[in-house]
Design a protein around this ligand. Structure first.
Ligand code: NI
Length: 256
């Protein structure tokens, strides 16, 4: 059994095919799926998907690239949704210097709000990072002074030293389809160094289809199996062992 810890199952790519996609996931052994919100509205939709499908759980938050367009009461909506049934994480949050949609100070402010909200409810938070490794580490180190961190570095693309420090701070490291790409040897080498109890897997679907279905859109939770196979090979364990390990890690982290 596999746990896809990061999907955007709420997105319209899945509107006509959501039932089939969840069935294909189950057929592939992917029996638990986290639907992650990027806006207040998306987060609401993730919560209703969690109510509709027993395999689906929800994470609620405002992704850094969408913070600029957030309305005044959107943050209050997230605070309220944090205690809704089926909500097991806060996010996605984080920082992004690749796209220039949201002023960086505002991104930092929202990243910190998400971490505090997660700490307040004893939920893990989900970190998006793009082209800002140093800024992310600075925010995490600061948050760590307030208490143990519990969260996920999602679709991790940093280096081995960064992964080690994240683990040291209490974080889990989650790998998406990118780790399967031919050019990603450094990322596979990094994946080999993550302590057993901190490793997670995800699709980040509908984006980032893994090899051998790279480029296919939409990506879907059933494909997390390819990423699991790649990581099993990299770490010298069987697919079964990798699946058992990452599913147990996810369940423990989410308190399931
Ligand atoms: Ni995402």
């Amino acid at each position: 059994m596999l746990f896809d810890t990061h999907t955007h199952l709420d997105q319209s790519d899945f509107d006509e095919i959501r039932g089939e996609v969840i069935q294909r996931a189950a057929d592939a052994g992917v029996t638990q799926i986290l639907a992650v919100g990027c806006t207040a509205n998306d987060s609401r939709k993730c919560v209703s998907l969690a109510a509709e499908y027993p395999e689906v759980y929800a994470a609620v938050g405002i992704q850094p690239n969408y913070v600029a367009e957030a309305q005044n009461d959107d943050w209050a909506v997230i605070e309220q949704l944090a205690t809704a049934p089926g909500v097991i994480a806060i996010g996605e949050t984080g920082l992004d210097r690749h796209w220039d949609y949201t002023p960086f100070d505002l991104q930092r402010d929202y990243f910190d709000r998400h971490i505090r909200l997660a700490q307040q409810h004893d939920l893990p938070f989900i970190v998006h990072m793009r082209d800002c490794d140093d800024d992310i580490m600075q925010s995490l180190r600061e948050a760590r002074t307030r208490g143990i961190l519990k969260g996920i570095m999602h679709s991790f693309t940093g280096d081995t030293a960064m992964a080690a420090e994240c683990v040291e701070l209490g974080m889990h490291i989650s790998f998406a389809g990118m780790v399967t790409f031919r050019k990603s040897q450094a990322l596979r080498d990094c994946a080999a160094t993550i302590p057993d109890e901190r490793l997670l897997i995800e699709t980040d679907c509908p984006y980032l289809s893994p090899e051998p279905v790279r480029g296919k859109r939409p990506n879907e939770p059933a494909n997390v199996r390819h990423t699991a196979e790649c990581l099993a090979q990299v770490r010298g364990v069987s697919l079964q062992q990798l699946a058992d390990l990452t599913t147990a890690n996810a369940r423990a982290l989410f308190g399931l």
